[in-house]
Design a binder for this molecule. Structure first.
Ligand code: GLC
Length: 674
């Protein structure tokens, strides 16, 4: 094999990796274990290998890690609320194009931690509280990114579900909860999307820091799921690990940011010379990085040129589409929305979030993207009026003189609100905003509240409010998307990817300080698998707004559920069909949700678990068939006794609904293991 075979793009991938591994000296291998600086690996000049470069995501190419202004997509929870795998794929492709156009080989995203507590400062960055929906979105995002020969880096592995004490706490949870709730998205990222990189989290899991956790990094990720990429630490996460050799043996490939501590060259060399780890263990960790360097074209004789700056107008339009599809119409009493432009003459657009931008450098932490422009809600509405209603609708500043008031409230990316490093202190809106809502209602009952925020909000004030629209952090085109929805050019189709509890103490994570935020050393996931709607169902607690809830400007009927069989045996796939009809007067999309209920089980199980969804767009009067496949794993729980997934023979129910609390059709079947 010639010295340069690792550059020969005609050779088999594994042959190229093996060739390079063979050529690297031990010291060069040790060099590749730590970054050169915050955003790139060390070069290997002797072999002409340049630094492998990374950038933060996941809402776009972050400003601080690229020193550039890039497309700012809506926050992760907006994509979560879209329930659209197609949109997730398109978003991934765009993120991959933007990353390569910024001169980087890897983007640090998607961020996929389960929303266990509504107070998590990074809820806005993540997708959902449900493990099935989480993987249904993460897999297409990763496929989209990697279709551009850019590495996705799914984060933060694992059980990093709060910001409080993130650098030193240990998430204490059962193997069943880990397997059923927190790991499925990572398992699917490997087994369905072949993710090229995984970021090990700051926290420990059951006492072992993620960056040296061999059960997570070697046993599950590599051996069980077949991961062939590399594991990178969260930035400075190795500080809390026990030793250099613990990280090598634990399976960590790369310490970031640069220079390294545990993986400082002399520390690695000393541990190696003292036989504290083997070259085989080093090669296992390192081969993943070399493999991804080949996969991204970084080692080709003529490395893949940095794409010309991706056609941003294409991405701006996508940002607007995601923002619109992610918006959730929570309440719409007397069909106040869409705005009746035949009747409305005066419109008040008020509130602290009406003219506020949310996309600024480091705003929200490492996901802060600084776009070339940002359309605020007020700008979007003014533009819409100028385009379509000039001379017919005027903007006024006082609630009492308006036909309808659009009141924009919410949170911001300040630490302590929707931001990395700190969790929120409260589920409430700021007191001043609540006063503003009450004042506006007193002056004008036709007050629409639009929320600009990143997660659940309590709403003692909501009773007299006729309409509430959840717009999340809608990205650079957010103002236009909000105007599209408010004026009815787009019919909202978003569904809540997280439950909105009435009160914080209704949330399963908020039973005591032991369950959140913990004492700094440990936080106990005592709710086990009963998180989010699973908890509300099992405890019969009425949420403020249920998981999967979202209204439309039209209505949908569900009928004709049918199963391909009354018995599911072994590895069969049971087909579930139903008919969905748009029985309203405007076109719209419905997210049909499929839940499974296990009526007889040897362990406690949630009353229902999401196992499928289908988003159908229908014209008024149009109907469509939706179809789902149910297989063994959809019925199974994780048996700690068997140390494997287990579906027990017996009666199951398929539930089809418009939300977890709005079940429209049911059908029973039996699972038989004979
Ligand atoms: C941060 C975040 C991680 C980010 C990394 C680099 O602390 O936890 O999501 O990618 O460091 O900025």
């Amino acid at each position: 094999m010639s010295k340069q075979d690792f550059r020969d793009a005609s050779l088999d991938l594994e042959a190229r990796v093996a060739a390079l591994l063979q050529q690297l000296t031990l010291d060069e291998k040790l060099d590749l274990c730590a970054g050169k600086s915050a955003w790139k690996t060390k070069p290997i000049p002797r072999l002409g290998i340049e630094s492998f470069r990374v950038t933060d995501g996941p809402r776009g190419v972050a400003w601080h890690s690229s020193m550039g202004r890039h497309v700012a997509f809506p926050s992760g929870i907006a994509l979560g609320a879209s329930w659209s795998s197609e949109l997730a794929y398109d978003y991934g492709v765009a993120l991959g194009e933007q990353t390569r156009a910024s001169g980087r080989h890897m983007v640090l995203g998607p961020a996929v931690n389960i929303c266990r507590t509504p107070l998590n400062g990074r809820t806005f960055e993540y997708f959902t509280e449900d493990p099935w929906l989480n993987q249904a979105l993460a897999v297409p995002v990763i496929k989209g990114i990697q279709s551009q020969r850019v590495a996705a880096c799914i984060k933060h592995y694992a059980a990093n579900n709060q910001e409080s004490h993130r650098m030193k706490t240990s998430a204490e949870l059962s193997e069943r909860a880990l397997r059923e709730i927190y790991l499925p998205v990572f398992e699917a990222a490997v087994t369905q999307a072949d993710v090229w990189s995984v970021m090990a989290a700051y926290n420990a899991v059951n006492g072992v820091p993620a960056c040296e956790n061999s059960d997570l990094l070697n046993d599950k990720l590599r051996s069980e799921w077949g991961f062939r990429g590399f594991v990178v630490s969260d930035w400075s996460a190795v500080r809390r690990t026990s030793s250099t050799e613990a990280c090598v043996k634990g399976g960590l490939s790369l310490e970031m940011p640069g220079k390294g501590t545990r993986y400082k060259q002399k520390n690695l060399r000393q541990a190696y010379d003292q036989d504290k780890f083997s070259e085989r263990e080093l090669d296992r960790n390192l081969s993943g990085l070399l493999r991804v360097m080949v996969l991204t074209g970084h080692l080709d004789v003529a490395p893949i040129p940095l794409a010309p700056a991706a056609p941003s107008s294409k991405h701006w339009a996508l940002a607007r589409r995601i923002a619109a599809e992610g918006m959730v119409l929570l309440k719409n009493h007397a069909a106040l929305l869409p705005l009746d432009t035949t009747r409305i003459r005066k419109l008040a657009v008020i509130g602290p979030k009406a003219a506020k931008r949310n996309c600024l450098p480091l705003w929200g932490g490492s996901s802060g993207v600084w776009p070339p422009y940002e359309i605020t809600p007020l700008q979007g509405i003014k533009e819409k009026i100028a385009d379509q209603f000039a001379g017919r609708i005027e903007l006024v500043s006082q609630a009492e003189e308006a036909d309808v008031v659009l009141l924009f409230v919410g949170l911001s990316h300040r630490p302590g609100l929707d931001s990395e490093v700190m969790d929120r202190k409260s589920l409430d809106l700021p007191a001043k905003q609540i006063q503003l809502i009450e004042a506006s209602l007193a002056q004008n009952p036709n007050t629409v509240v639009v929320l600009i925020n990143g997660g659940p909000i309590s709403m003692e004030w909501a009773g007299p409010v006729p309409a509430i629209l959840e717009a999340w952090y809608p990205g650079m085109e957010g103002g236009r998307a909000i105007a599209d929805v408010l004026f009815g050019d787009i019919n909202p189709s978003g569904k809540l990817p997280v439950s909105f509890p009435r009160r914080l103490q209704d949330s399963p994570a908020h039973q005591s300080s032991r369950t959140f935020p913990g004492d700094g050393a440990q936080v106990h996931y005592d709710e086990d698998v009963f998180i989010g709607y699973r908890h509300f169902d099992s405890r019969e607690i009425e949420p403020l707004f249920a998981f999967g809830h979202g209204l439309s400007y039209t209505q949908f009927s569900y009928s004709d559920i049918s199963l391909s069989s009354k018995v599911l045996r072994g590895d069969d796939v049971l087909l579930v069909k139903a008919r969905i009809c748009n029985v309203g007067s405007v076109a719209g999309a419905e997210v049909v949700q499929l839940y499974i209920s296990d009526l007889e089980c040897s362990v406690p199980r949630p009353l229902k678990e999401l196992k499928g969804s289908s988003k159908v767009f229908l014209q008024p009067g149009q109907a469509a068939k939706v179809q789902f496949g149910i297989a063994y794993r959809d019925l199974a729980f994780y048996s700690e006794k068997n140390r494997d997934w287990l579906a027990e023979a017996g009666r199951f129910v398929v539930l089809l609904g418009s939300s977890s609390r709005d079940i429209r059709l049911e059908a029973e079947f039996d699972y038989s293991n004979k």
